[in-house]
Design a protein around this ligand. Structure first.
Ligand code: HEM
Length: 405
């Protein structure tokens, strides 16, 4: 059957914004058969969903219960670890985890991180040697956040390459990669390896405390509430997942946005002080966490639609970021935009804890690239977006560039 608003059509995956515009005009809150849930596209409706405590984030346990058959054990394990994630917890458990974790992301430790992140970015570019044809994703966008997260959590540098493979395979489960038939097996195997690795890491840190996030969780942070080993391992998996691919996509999608808008590229080349506002604009224009999912805890009205208790709501942060009632010239990019009220980091109690770090990494990534290179241009055909609804990112971004003299 031909669905109205089929979110999985390939042209919609490649460019969802014309369909989002149509939805916003004709059916801003509608039951969407392609995702079997309510799809919400207007800025203020999305904001309301994210702020309202009647919408829950606890989706893992009901999901595991729904699944039956031979894969049940594997799914139960996946749901158990992922169900421990702060991002899938409602208060009061959410509140405790958040109080402990936020110490690590406060401005002070973050300021101390700047020179370290700058050094990591420089080292990655040094490794390119004389190469001026690169894939922004594989050669820069992936190693930068992976190394930064590795350092924050205390993962030895020579083990960091393993993070990418785990993050990719776990994503198959979380993001429901429809095109991967063996997704449960791959996610399960990756998670088993990753959990073993992190259990050893926690044991090492118990024996030899360090000045990093893993030791902070063992100690209980400023609030003195130590987390259990299960909570720590689960949070380490989350941070690997939440802080890795999202930041990669911020860097790559931002560069792609500049390549598609040469006048903005020229502005960026001519005035490096625009980098912070440019990063905000990249987040609005192609937010890496494009859709946030909630479950209604009771019957709730949004717009003139009645959402029934237990139904799922897909709040499209990327559609909200293109709402012309809130953003002037929403369909284009403007790296000089002020008061950019995008919701790429969410809203309400689950507002991204890593946002200051992601901003720092995004800004340093562009500073490092533009300091060393100029003349960025796309190589080959138009790059393709990955077939995913919950996150948004390109498969690869091959470019050529010239070394500054
Ligand atoms: C551009 C990069 C990033 C984007 C776009 C992003 C986006 C988001 C969004 C939208 C949420 C809220 C999810 C929801 O409400 O359902 C979130 C939560 C979270 N993010 Fe990020 N994130 C990024 C980078 C990071 C980094 C670098 C870290 C840590 C190293 C991180 C850690 C977290 C954590 C721990 C939460 C859960 C907060 C809570 O539930 O209270 N994120 N992120």
């Amino acid at each position: 059957m031909n669905q109205p608003f089929d979110l999985f059509q390939s042209e919609v995956i490649q460019n969802p914004y014309p369909m989002f515009d149509k939805m916003r005009r004709e059916a801003p809150v509608h039951w969407n058969e392609s995702v079997k849930g309510w799809f919400v596209t207007r800025y203020f409706d999305v904001r309301m969903v994210l702020r309202d405590p009647r919408f829950s984030v606890e989706k893992m346990a009901p999901f595991a219960d729904r699944m039956a058959g031979s894969k049940q054990d594997k799914i139960a394990f996946l749901a158990e670890i992922l169900g421990g994630w702060i991002v899938f917890k409602d208060p009061p458990e959410h509140t405790k985890l958040r109080q402990v974790l936020q110490g690590a992301f406060m401005p002070k430790p973050l300021a101390a991180l700047r020179p370290k992140v700058e050094a990591i970015a420089r080292e990655i570019l040094d490794d390119l040697g004389n190469r001026t044809d690169i894939d922004v994703i594989a050669d820069f966008g992936v190693p930068l956040p992976a190394t930064v997260i590795g350092d924050i959590c205390g993962i030895p540098r020579d083990q960091v390459y393993r993070l990418r493979h785990w993050a990719d395979d776990i994503a198959k489960f979380v993001l429901q990669g429809r095109s991967t038939p063996d997704k449960y097996d791959r996610s399960y195997n990756a998670l088993v390896e990753c959990v073993d690795f992190y259990r050893d890491l926690v044991a090492d840190h118990r024996a030899n405390p360090q000045d990093n996030l893993t030791s902070l969780m063992i100690d209980g942070g400023d609030v003195g509430m130590p987390l259990t080993d299960d909570e720590i391992v689960s949070t380490l998996v989350l941070i690997l997942f939440a802080g890795h691919e999202t930041t990669t996509n911020l860097i790559a999608s931002g560069m792609f946005a500049l390549l598609q808008h040469p006048e903005q590229m020229a502005l960026m080349e001519s005035d490096r002080s625009l980098i912070p506002s440019a990063v905000e604009e990249f987040l609005r224009f192609e937010g890496p966490a494009s859709t946030l999912v909630r479950i209604a805890l009771e019957d709730i009205e949004i717009g003139d639609q009645l959402i029934k208790k237990g139904e799922r709501i897909f709040a499209s942060v990327d559609a909200a970021g293109h709402d012309p009632d809130v953003f002037q010239g929403a369909e284009g990019i403007d790296i000089t935009r002020r008061r950019n009220r995008h919701m790429a980091f969410g809203k309400g109690i689950h507002l991204c804890l890593g946002a200051p770090l992601a901003r720092l990494e995004g800004q340093i990534a562009f500073e490092a690239l533009f300091d060393r290179y100029t003349g960025f241009r796309l190589r080959g055909d138009t790059p393709e977006w990955r077939d995913e609804l919950i996150t948004r990112g390109l498969h690869e971004l091959p470019i050529s560039m010239d070394r500054r003299q």
